[in-house]
Design a protein around this ligand. Structure first.
Ligand code: RIB
Ligand code: CA
Length: 311
């Protein structure tokens, strides 16, 4: 059983990642912590609860975290995700409660209470909550089993600027804290997520499941993909965040390399760039497993197989 905390800014692709985790008996979700990102925090925490209720899991503890990045102003992505962040289906108002505790103390207390090295952080949005926890309680760093995060881009460049991917761009200083903390990191960058496209056939496979989770997922993808289809001229858009959870379940779907990754925080032109020493041309120590390729058919087959067990 892998114990995880999901840190997230739902976001349709975050929603699919959360559903995959809740559909997988190998995973115990200790809590879901929301962060400002795709849309403001008031919406990301609400959207996280909407998805837990869609999955029939109103028992999951959802926490609200940082309202804005550590230093920079918040940049959101309504142009991709829509005004609510979960555009596509019609959603009922969530009834399950938001936890009173702030996400950052929840992350700290959970890591201190659980046996060292047994909790994985699955990070699907800007890294603000994680960095705040590490700054406030450096003792938790060696207690984290692994951080698996969707973020960055090197061979694919950026998606919010020519050089930066959204999650890192929104809070580059938080990313710098996390990448420099000496914690085992697995990075799912645009280099791999751009190969995971929600083609028409794949969306129909979700709809054909016939359960409310499959149908809602198809409707979320119908909405979410339109911006990237237009931009990249592809059949379908990249399904980013579920790769973080899929890596936990079937890591051999993925191929990568241990490399050094540094974060640009000085130049406005390249702010938030993940500078990857892929060819080992510096003496900077490797600090992350950078995933570059996947078997996209196996990824979508895994999603469909697991989604069968959802309501
Ligand atoms: O750049 C893609 C990432 O930014 C995904 O996590 C998406 O949900 C947005 O947060
Ligand atoms: Ca996200």
């Amino acid at each position: 059983m892998r114990k995880i905390i999901i840190d997230t800014d739902p976001g349709q692709d975050d929603a699919v990642a959360i559903l995959l985790a809740l559909a997988s008996s190998e995973i115990e979700v200790l809590g879901i912590t929301a962060v400002a990102g795709n849309v403001p925090l008031a919406l990301t925490q609400k959207n996280a609860r909407i998805i837990c209720e869609l999955a029939g899991r109103p028992d999951i503890k959802v926490f609200a975290g940082a309202k804005r990045p550590m230093l920079r102003e918040l940049v959101t992505a309504e142009h991709v995700h829509g005004k609510t962040g979960l555009n596509g289906p019609e959603w009922p108002e969530p009834e399950m409660p938001l936890q009173d505790t702030h996400a950052v103390p929840f992350i700290i207390e959970t890591l201190r209470e659980q046996d060292a090295g047994t909790v994985t952080l699955c990070v699907l949005g800007p890294l603000t909550n994680i960095a705040l926890a590490l700054v406030q309680a450096p003792d938790i760093a060696p207690r984290i089993q692994e951080i698996i995060l969707m973020g960055g881009g090197f061979f694919e460049g950026g998606n919010i600027t020519p050089t930066a991917e959204f999650n890192i761009y929104v809070d580059p200083h938080a990313a710098k804290v996390v990448f420099g903390a000496g914690i085992p990191l697995v990075i799912m960058p645009l280099d791999v997520t751009h190969q995971a496209l929600t083609t028409a056939r794949r969306i129909e496979a979700f709809r054909a499941l016939g359960n409310r989770s499959g149908i809602a997922t198809a409707e979320m993808m119908d909405f979410f993909e339109r911006f990237d289809e237009e931009k990249y001229g592809t059949d379908g858009g990249p399904l980013h965040d579920p790769n973080v959870i899929a890596y936990l379940l079937e890591p051999d779907i993925y191929k990568g390399r241990k490399v050094n990754v540094e974060i640009e925080t000085a130049s406005e032109l390249t702010m938030g760039m993940t500078v990857v020493d892929w060819w080992g041309v510096t003496d900077r120590a490797p600090n992350a497993l950078w995933i570059k390729d996947l078997d996209d058919d196996r990824f979508f087959d895994l999603l469909i197989r697991r989604f069968k067990s959802l309501p």
